[in-house]
Design a protein around this ligand. Structure first.
Ligand code: IMP
Length: 205
């Protein structure tokens, strides 16, 4: 590794999230940030806020894993359902899936929804986690569309297309995960590449 390079561990068992983070790291850091995966169980407390869930998980994992690493917690908040499934998104997706959400939304006119992502990053042993948050607003589609992505992607519509109709690069440009990760890379001084990177921004006339 050169002095500019850095390695970071992402604690997730979710292949979809990992694929997105890997592409983001490559694109935004221009290859300077290497991503490793730790697929270990994330201790998820029941809480109303993703921030609390991510902070708790990061603190538990800091006893088992060497920093720098981060854990991520995300969720889908549907306005007409008062933010449901929100922090319970993983459980609800497992139990009723996208079909179940569409049934709950049947006949509902207000289809506004937001994806939110919270990254809890631990940079060194015995340090507190630092949070990076991203969100994206869209709507719940009337039907399942697209075969890319994962989770709720086939029912989350952004600018007329569901996230499952976008390839990873397109989704990353606008997604909750992309926003949160960009903030982390800026914090690390590594957001160089890509359309939204510092290098491009500073080279603007
Ligand atoms: P958790 O962050 O592992 O608790 O997962 C939250 C739930 O939301 C899981 O069911 C994920 O599949 C889903 N989810 C999180 N991010 C996304 C996304 O970018 N697209 C679609 N579903 C997502």
């Amino acid at each position: 590794m050169t002095s500019d390079e850095m390695e970071i561990t992402i604690v997730t068992g979710n292949k979809g999230k990992l694929r997105e983070f890997r592409e983001l790291a490559e694109e935004l850091s221009g290859g300077l940030l290497r991503v490793k995966q730790a697929d270990m169980p994330k201790e998820e407390i029941q809480a109303d806020r993703l921030e609390e869930i991510a902070l708790h998980a990061a603190r538990v994992i800091s006893k088992l894993l060497e920093p720098p690493f981060f854990v991520e917690d995300s969720g889908l908040f549907i306005e007409a359902l008062n933010g449901f499934p929100g922090p319970y998104s993983a459980y609800v997706h497992k139990k009723i899936g996208n079909e179940g959400i569409l049934k709950l939304m049947s006949g509902v006119e207000n289809r506004r929804a937001t994806f939110k992502c919270v990254i809890a990053f631990i940079s060194a042993p015995s340090t507190q986690p630092k949070l990076f948050v991203g969100s994206v607003s869209g709507r719940i589609a009337e039907s399942i569309r697209g075969d890319k992505g994962f989770g709720y992607d086939p029912i989350f519509e952004f600018s007329g297309r569901t996230f499952a109709e976008l390839d990873t690069k397109e989704k990353n440009k606008v997604s909750h995960r992309g926003q949160a990760f960009k903030k982390l890379l800026q914090h690390l001084g590594l957001n160089y590449g890509g359309e939204h990177g510092i290098r491009n921004a500073s080279s603007l006339p």
